[in-house]
Design a protein around this ligand. Structure first.
Ligand SMILES: [Zn+2]
Length: 66
């Protein structure tokens, strides 16, 4: 009689495989998330598209829209 351990192990392996497929698929097809922009002056995260830092008021480098 096989205990529930084997069943749980198979479930875990299946979940790992599914997550691996999803991760590889999303990384290959999905849009690449933009790196978080941070203010070079104060290091606080800058608002996307903002021209000036909302924390210290320093001008942010222009977004690289290529
Ligand atoms: Zn700043």
């Amino acid at each position: 009689m096989v205990g529930p351990t084997l069943f749980i192990l198979l479930l875990a392996i299946g979940a790992l495989i599914i997550f691996g497929v999803l991760a590889s698929r999303s990384s290959a097809v999905g849009p690449r998330p933009m790196p978080p922009r941070t203010c070079a002056h104060c290091g606080q995260p800058a608002v996307l598209g903002a021209r000036f830092c909302g924390q210290c008021g320093q001008a942010l480098p222009p977004a690289n829209l290529t």
